[in-house]
Design a protein around this ligand. Structure first.
Ligand SMILES: C[S@@+](CC[C@H](N)C(=O)[O-])C[C@H]1O[C@@H](n2cnc3c(N)ncnc32)[C@H](O)[C@@H]1O
Length: 305
């Protein structure tokens, strides 16, 4: 397990304006620039109702910034790192709160050292690729999502559902020896055995006019082209059900890997407050601009962890 060496700032050091107005709680939506772990360590316990996030995938992208998660040399280190960050997030979550976690999978590299530049997606070119994890072979599907889900379960989270995100418009692959991948996972994890879940708010159409049923666990949502400088945004319609099922209007929704701020955008649209943590100043700028269209006075703070 990772031990943090990051000094632990107080909530007032991080969010002075909010801290003065209400201690130790938060009062407004905010975008916080800094390292997810350090910022989470500074936030008050049980202060957000719901977290929705998509952390960097292992060995897939180099976001080009110190402190980024995803470039750990071993799969075990990557899983430990995320488990540690999410254990801090669990403290920040209300006792009846929920974490929705999207994470992608990948294949072992067969110890190839370099992934070529992708013209459409410059960040896919990597100077290094992680070595094949112990016990796996070239061409093995790594199974990152389930390995992380089990690590979180072991760490104390309740693993309540896997949701298959079916992507009807998934990118074609040139593979001829396995099915083309067209799905990812979204895990629903809770802090306690009993928790808030508004099942009425997320009922789905049955296909028969006027008939609705409880939401099922396969969600079909088209991927969206990447936004501005960001290249790994998740679609708003993937996370809207998570916001509706796991929070009430006015509650705080948290995304510790905020990227272009999609969680903030859907929270805004659904009348929730939000906290977005993002390491890369360029993405903080992108997300803030996106959110300030509806919230010109949005709080934006740099957190030096
Ligand atoms: C998969 S993207 C999230 C995209 C987001 N869901 C959206 O819709 O735009 C992961 C993000 O995590 C950020 N990140 C990487 N390491 C981080 C860290 N240690 N602390 C905070 N953010 C980090 C990256 O800069 C990237 O923007």
């Amino acid at each position: 397990m990772y031990k943090s060496t990051v000094p632990r700032p107080t909530v007032n050091e991080i969010i002075p304006s909010l801290g003065r107005r209400q201690q130790p709680g938060l009062t407004e939506s905010a975008v916080l620039e800094g390292n997810a772990l350090a910022v989470l360590q500074s936030l008050p316990s049980a202060s957000v109702q719901c977290a929705i996030t998509s952390p960097p995938y292992w060995g897939l992208r180099d976001y080009g910034i110190d402190g980024q998660i995803g470039l750990e040399p071993s799969l075990g280190q990557f899983l430990d790192q995320l488990t540690f960050v999410f254990s801090e997030l669990r403290r920040v979550l209300a006792d009846d709160g929920t974490l929705w976690l999207n994470i992608g999978d990948g294949y072992t590299s067969g110890n190839r050292g370099y992934r070529a530049t992708d013209r459409k997606n410059p960040a896919r070119a990597m100077a290094t690729r992680p070595p094949t994890p112990d016990g796996l072979k070239p061409k093995d599907l790594i199974g990152v999502p389930w390995r992380l889900a089990f690590a979180l379960q072991e760490d104390g989270w309740y693993l309540r559902s896997d949701v298959v995100w079916n992507k009807p418009n998934a990118m074609p692959e040139s593979v001829k020896d396995r099915p083309v991948r067209s799905h990812e996972y979204l895990f629903m994890l809770t802090k306690s055995e009993h928790y808030f879940y508004d099942h009425e708010a997320v009922k789905e159409e049955t296909g028969d006019e006027g008939l609705r049923r409880s939401r099922r666990s396969v969600w079909s949502v088209n991927t969206k082209p990447f936004l501005g400088a960001h290249f790994a945004t998740f679609p708003a319609e993937l996370i809207r059900p998570c916001v509706l099922a796991s929070s009430k209007p006015g509650d705080f929704v948290l995304d510790p890997f905020f990227g272009s701020g999609t969680v903030g955008l859907v929270s805004q649209e659904e009348g929730r407050r939000y906290l977005g943590i993002e390491l890369n100043p360029e993405y903080v700028r992108l997300a803030s601009e996106r959110l300030q269209a509806a919230q010109p006075n949005l709080t934006k703070l740099v957190v030096n962890g």
